[in-house]
Design a protein around this ligand. Structure first.
Ligand code: ZN
Length: 153
């Protein structure tokens, strides 16, 4: 288990150091801003939606290693997925972290996101890990507004 945790930590640190899709999309169809006041994580998600499919996604911002790695991994996971598929993945991710209704989640579809499974032991850190997802969720909706992890849990 310790080895696994070390591997997970390494992946998180690696994504934090070289985040994927860390840029702005100039012709984004949606933008959403997320803020986690507990930790000071702030990020902006850019989305390019084509017929309810995420044709492109990127993010920018600053925050702790977990929030940044989570945003980085999220963008790689949901790119090419439909809105419904991305939302289902978010639901599974929340369940893995001990949030949301029930604890039956699809480990297979979560894939690499399993690196965040240890975060559920640290409730304050769960907000760091889910910030990008809450922001994506808002971006997939119709309103662009500032999302705080303190709301709508
Ligand atoms: Zn954080």
């Amino acid at each position: 288990m310790t080895d696994l945790n070390e591997l997970y930590q390494e992946m998180i640190l690696e994504h934090n150091k070289s985040p994927r899709n860390f840029r702005a999309i100039t012709d984004a169809t949606k933008k959403a801003e997320g803020y986690n006041p507990l930790c000071g994580d702030r990020l902006m998600i850019y989305l390019k939606l084509e017929n309810s499919r995420i044709a492109d996604i990127s993010f920018q911002g600053s925050g702790c290693a977990i929030s940044k790695a989570s945003a980085s991994m999220m963008t790689t996971m949901v790119k090419g997925k439909t809105k419904a598929e991305a939302e289902a993945l978010f639901e599974d991710f929340r369940k893995m972290l001990g949030r949301g209704a029930g604890s039956d989640y699809d480990t297979k579809s979560l894939g690499k996101l399993a690196v965040f499974s240890g975060v559920c032991e640290f409730p304050a850190r769960v907000k760091c890990a889910t910030l990008a997802w809450h922001t994506l969720y808002s971006g997939l909706g119709n309103e662009a507004k500032i999302i705080s992890t303190e709301e709508g849990r």
